[in-house]
Design a protein around this ligand. Sequence first.
Ligand code: BGC
Length: 417
Amino acid sequence: MRSARGFLLSAGVAMMLAGTSHVHAGGTVEVLHWWTSGGEARAVGELKQSFEDQGGTWIDSPIAGGGGDAAMTALRARVVAGNPPTAVQLKGPGIQEWAVEGAVADVEDVAAAEGWDDVLPPALAEIMKFDGKYVAAPVNIHRVDWIWANPELLAQVDADVPTSWDEFNTTAEKLMEAGITPLAHGGQPWQDATVFEVVALGLGGADFFRAALVELDMDALNSDTMIQVFDQMRKMRSYVDPGFSGRDWNLATSMVMNGEAAFQIMGDWAKGEFLAGGKVPGEDFLCAPAPGNAFILNSDSFVMFNVRGDDRIEGQQVLASLIMSPEFQETFNLAKGSIPARVDVSLDAFDICAQRSHDDLTAAIAADTLVPSMAHEMAVSRSVRGEFLDVVTEHFNSDMSSQEAVDRLVAAIQRAM
Ligand code: BGC
């Protein structure tokens, strides 16, 4: 791969030869992503615009489907066909899985020249590297364990955002008595798993979460705590409206926004949705950490795939550099609902939810209660995650007992390991 300096020189030469600033100094990137909701589209629009402002050509390949499952299927097909996209929204162990297959390219020249190691949390930097070289650039830090709430509906039953699952249940009962749907939910496997892992954190704490959902410890998976987690999931099922099945997550967010439901359990991409709807945190909607006193980490990144042609390789280098620039990390994350991946970007321009996220992240790192999201592909391989999703969704949509769910989960994880 060419060095960053080589690239800058060649781009300069190309501009001189063309005598115009409209040459593709930034190269070309085809970007595969799943950011198609209102808030997500706004955020990825910032990236496209910045890339084009640098003279690059952006080919957009959005694959709709929250959580990215459809995008990952499309990616597999593209790589198998020998025609990978230039850059892909991809994260966690998935990065390593593709790297092991020899499908990714590194941007180590850019990373070394710009000192990425000095400005990223070490745990995040490790995820972005393969064989000691950066193959991905992180755009953000999302938190999964949030409760989003409609303050007017809570006021109607004289309740605050709950701080334990018992309190959540009491408030949900009150809301139902008042004819209000407690929980806005979209019945899709990744959304079921999002609620499941947030409940698991709240009932078991960070150590249980880590043992069961990250280390796949059989004692933790096969425990009374896991039974309680499924008991709570059964309760959650009774708090959703009849139309929940298959609903997209952003439509569930709209229900909270429009006063059709009191709560949503979702990562802070939901905030991007509220903001895109012109809503103000602390006034029109509330954000509060879900019970657990920890932090479930989900970080989006763009992985560079092995592509041919100088134009595309230049595009990857420009994109990587752009993603990691402090200005971009601010603008993008203001729209996305997340906080910057870089530790040196000021949060002055960010709202109370982002400030809370940052403070809790710092506290969680200090207390060793930072855990990677299973539902959002930060913790385990795709196949293991798939087993969790199958059991959680089947349980949610049937009258399966908690004991049977635990038995199935244990058997499925054992098979997948
Ligand atoms: C991604 C977010 C995205 C959300 C819903 C998560 O897995 O990390 O960036 O907004 O899915 O699509």
